[in-house]
Design a protein around this ligand. Sequence first.
Ligand SMILES: [Zn+2]
Length: 623
Amino acid sequence: MNVFLEQGWSVFLILGMAFMTLEARFVQAAGIKTADMPTSMSAASPVAGKRICLDPGHGAGSSGAVGPTGLIEKDVNLREALLLKEMLEKAGATVFMTRTEDVDPPLLERAKFNKANKTDLFVSLHHNANAQNDSSMNRTETFYHWYDLEGPSEDAARAIHREMEALLKLPNSKVYMCWAYGVLRENSYPAVLVEPSYLSNPEEEKRLRDENYLRSIAGAYFRGIEKFFEGGRPEIKLDEAIKFADDGVIQAQVVCPAGSALVARGDIRIKVDGQPHYDYQFDTEGGALSIYLPIDLALGKHEISIAARNVAGNTSFVHRRFFELQKPIVRAEAKQIPLFGGVLKDKVIVLDAQGGGGEPICVAPGGLRASDVNLKTTLCLFDYLKQCGASVSMTRTSDKEMDNVERVAFGLMQDPDVFLTIGHRMPEPGMGEKPGTFATRFGARWDGGTAIGKAMAYQTRKMLGTGAELGNINSRQPLPTEVHNWSSWEAMHAAQRYTALYVCPMMFDAPGVEERLSQTAGCRKEALALLYGLLANFGLEDDKMSTISGVVNAPSGAPAPNALVQLKDGIVIQTEADGRFEFKFLQAGKYEISVFLAGFKPAKQEVEVGDSGETAIKIELKP
Ligand SMILES: [Zn+2]
């Protein structure tokens, strides 16, 4: 009896702590200063109440890597895991250890132990050695399994890897999807395996003998795990056996658990037979997802996969199902009215997210990789362009390595109106470029580059508030260093065949840029600026059209960041730290604006605008 009571009490405590965490985060998200809250709440960590399994690699007869002067991996792994355990427990997590002493449970036993404890995360801790006896080799490698590709394991791997990269700054570090590693393959997910550094490197071995160094590595694990749990994760409800009527519409539900961030249209990832599929409707408020299967889908067996990412950047598990199409799909094609007067309708646009895989292009001081930001901004822009009726495609849709020749070849096959590479980088020495500003480059033989470069420069500067160091930010003409030729880039050599442009919406090194671009809100804003640049390039004039600008406030009056702002039946953007948003290039008429933020009632406001000028609105959220 006593035992039961105690168990019941501990469950209650864990739930209570989890609630406090969410509450505290949510209040922070609403822009209320944490100083106004009781310390116990503001101090709550996102790991409070989570069940985490730590797996120090090797043990007993399996020593793992051995350093040049004899330091043994199994001991380093265990020491790090014990330090990390202490940090996690202090923050309110329940930690399960596959070993706490010098023993070597079989890999499958370790995985089984994790599964039996129904944990929220499994982390296997290792250090690497170079198999070719190259003692100079030293880098961070983080692994997740293919079984959870593009799911929470990948999120966890990236979150931990980013903190490790920021701490150790080892060149050529990389996150890997793997097939092998039984401890990941036979496990439940999310699960990751981390090799922070190479024990076979003599200097690294020396550092790994220092308890403080091990503590700093444990600290990087801890911060990565915190980031992984911050913002919660969406869930998808989908029948085990896929059902649909003759119209070929599959229904699913996206659930955002209480206290976790919301999911926006454009952040749903659907694949049919492995190909990205964008014909769907999503209701942000209720979470209903209707997927319209391709009308010409062949009879027989098919596979569909569905996942969703919330605005905190966390992904649901990917749900994969096989289904059989027995009768042809009969459905009236929905008539989609393209946005912005259809000026981009049927324009062929290829989006190219620079870098990927082992090529980050550049890494910000906090470990944010330019290649990841490029992809996020590209995916947002892709969704906007789809809704504008453009015929749009992407050179890459995931974090994969791709050489420039392959990208150019892909571009040639599409015969595009615009080939747009999205990149982020540091200012180039000797070019006079400034931190944080916009830069674009276009093909030497393509005159159109100047016009689109100008449009992009102006819209991006206005939207993102960059470029003050370069001159008058209201200038319709490009400011110094904003627009120039780039004859050495492969895509530019194809510019006689198609129109190619590289844009860097914001340099990576300005204060605050990393923070802005770590949030989906920052990437969405960049994507919107680039969309405005394209609209201007294809003939719309923002000064002869209407603008709705607004600010979203929490009930306290403080600006509400990360709120989703949706133009009725149109694009979804997000507020940044200042709570502001802006829709430009609007024709005269009535527009409904809906605002969603976790923890508040959805707010709707109808706005009527004339032929031109700016209409300012204020939206107050209610609990
Ligand atoms: Zn190992």
